[in-house]
Design a protein around this ligand. Structure first.
Ligand code: ADP
Length: 528
């Protein structure tokens, strides 16, 4: 007897499901598209991208992290790749483009293995073994340096800066970044450390990047709040207030019946009196500078000006914290708590004109470990790109200071790894061997892309590199500037070993994550 078919509803209507090989193919494809888009930006001769957001704002950049952020990727697998690259940027501040391109190459290589009916789990295991071995090789071949060696640090910074739009100024910027780093570097328990929080980066449009400067102190993008206040205070005694210098509105609605003009005047006078008393309290403490995180209203401004106090309002929380560290002041949440001991010190607080705008400089602080890099540039997008480039350069310098081990760039390390991984592959069972060989191939293709972007013939370059590495020239790489195969260590193209290790880790993780998915269950997007 034929049974009636009873529909069984398991997933919500409209849900799309793709499984097995199809799911994997679609994910690999999406990740490869992102990787291909990034490949042309890899390396110092890579191209920049012009990104336009939905409001029509344009960004020109060669910075991988920024390209990915602005691309607004939709596909879930591609999104995962973007997330991994972002994590790489947060972790070590550099190597984002390489992560995405390498992950793309790893996935392209896995596709070939999948087509040969090798199970994804075997590929994943092979890749993971390759990663462990590659990390070990990097530790073995990397060279230990003096963490405070200026030449090494400048070279590392220059390598990071060379693929940015502002690469023409890399010598100048690298010097500035290293100056900043060496000013704030600290030694703790026998190890050097650099906290990027100690280096404030402030932007102001100007005429040229060469106006970018290192200020020993804190620069605020703010102006003195009242024209009657001093614009320059030497021997500053600084109060940091996280409380408004204005009459706070009550949270509940209050009704006050005023029937005569005298009553109104009395009411207003009373408000002014409260503010006058607050300012009096500040003056009594000996403060001659006030940085306020909240507002300062007209009446309070008037009294402060009358007391000869320089005041700035609506200072960012992060700046207040930096000011506290630099000057030794305590951040006060109530004006009533102010005491001479709570005040910070600086030799000079001054409002200066930068371009056509005013900024407040706090210099000669008791804690010399607070500096500001004031980034300048001819146009807003140049200033933005310079800021991003400085962030990357500071990050790589920090990495070397923390773990003073370097490798040479320009593909030198990738080729050495590829060759050694091939030897390693021979020690493994046949199927995993194939995966490790593909890993090596993916690393080589990174060098091929670098060569191609420098206008060289990848096949010739790879052949020459392999011959030279086989002869023991472990730092032979492709120099994008001279378009020649050279000893990249001698050429000064240095990178932190830490970044390279992290690049391999992030790229492998991304590829593995995508390979492990064999089922995509996508809900129907809500109808708008
Ligand atoms: P990422 O976002 O991954 O840092 P970049 O576009 O900055 O990507 O490119 C980094 C790559 O460029 C690294 O592999 C680095 O070794 C290489 N590189 C840097 N300077 C040179 C150079 N002068 N010649 C060749 N390659 C270089």
């Amino acid at each position: 007897m034929a049974q009636a078919q009873i529909p069984v509803l398991i997933l919500k209507e409209g849900t799309q499901r793709t499984t097995g090989r199809d799911a994997r193919k679609s994910n690999i494809y999406a990740a490869k598209v992102i990787a291909e888009a990034m490949a042309s930006s890899l390396g110092p001769r890579g191209m920049d991208k012009l990104l336009v957001d939905s409001f029509g704002n344009a960004t020109i950049t060669g910075d991988g992290a920024t390209i990915l952020k602005e691309m607004e990727v939709q596909h879930p697998a591609a999104k995962m790749l973007v997330e991994v690259a972002k994590a790489q940027d947060d972790e070590v501040g550099d190597g984002t483009t390489t992560v995405v391109v390498l992950a793309g190459q790893l996935l392209a290589a896995s596709e070939e293995l999948l087509d040969e009916d090798i199970h994804p789990t075997t590929i994943v295991e092979g890749f993971e073994k390759a990663l462990v071995e590659a990390t070990r090789i990097i530790d073995e071949i990397s060279e230990t340096v003096d963490p405070l060696d200026r030449t090494v640090l400048e070279n590392v910074a220059k390598t990071a800066l060379s693929s940015k739009v502002v690469a023409d100024y890399k010598d100048f910027l690298a010097k500035l970044v290293v100056d900043a780093a060496l000013t704030v570097v600290e030694k703790k328990d026998g190890k050097y450390n650099l906290s990027l929080d100690d280096i404030k980066v402030e932007k102001k449009r100007g005429e040229s990047i060469t106006e970018t400067m290192l200020v020993k102190g804190i620069v605020l993008d703010k102006e003195v709040v009242h024209p009657g206040m001093p614009k320059r205070v030497t021997n500053a005694k600084i109060a940091l207030l996280d409380a408004p210098l204005e009459i706070e509105k009550p949270e509940w609605t209050a009704k006050i019946n005023v029937t005569t003009p005298e009553q109104l005047k009395m009411f207003l006078d009373q408000e002014a009196e409260i503010l006058r008393k607050k300012v009096e309290k500040i003056k009594e403490s000996g403060a001659n500078v006030v940085f306020c995180q909240k507002g300062i209203d007209d009446v309070a401004q008037y009294y402060l000006a009358k007391a000869g106090i320089l005041a700035v309002r609506r200072v960012k929380k992060s700046d207040m914290e930096k000011l506290a560290r630099a000057t030794g002041a305590r951040i006060l949440t109530r004006v009533e708590d102010i005491t001479p001991e709570a005040l910070g010190r600086a030799e000079l607080v001054e409002e200066r004109k930068v371009a056509d705008e005013k900024m407040v400089f706090v210099e000669g602080c008791p804690n010399p470990k607070s500096v500001t890099i004031l980034v300048r540039g001819g146009a807003d997008h140049v200033v933005d790109e310079a800021e991003r480039a400085i962030h990357d350069a500071l990050s790589v310098v920090r990495n070397v200071i923390r773990e003073p081990k370097i490798v040479a760039g320009g593909g030198a390390v990738e080729i050495e790894l590829a060759m050694r991984l091939r030897d390693f592959a021979r020690t493994l069972p046949s199927r995993e061997q194939l995966a490790v060989q593909k890993y090596a191939e993916a690393l080589e293709s990174i060098v091929g892309i670098l060569a191609q972007n420098a206008g060289m013939e990848p096949i010739d370059v790879l052949a020459e590199l392999k011959t030279r590495h086989a002869k023991g020239e472990k730092w032979a790489g492709v120099n994008a500037y001279t378009a020649k195969v050279e000893d990249m260590k001698k050429a000064g193209v240095l990178e932190p070993a830490l970044v390279k290790k992290q690049v391999l880790k992030s790229a492998t993780e991304a590829a593995v994550m995508i390979l492990r998915i064999d089922d995509i269950i996508a809900a129907q997007p809500p109808k708008s």
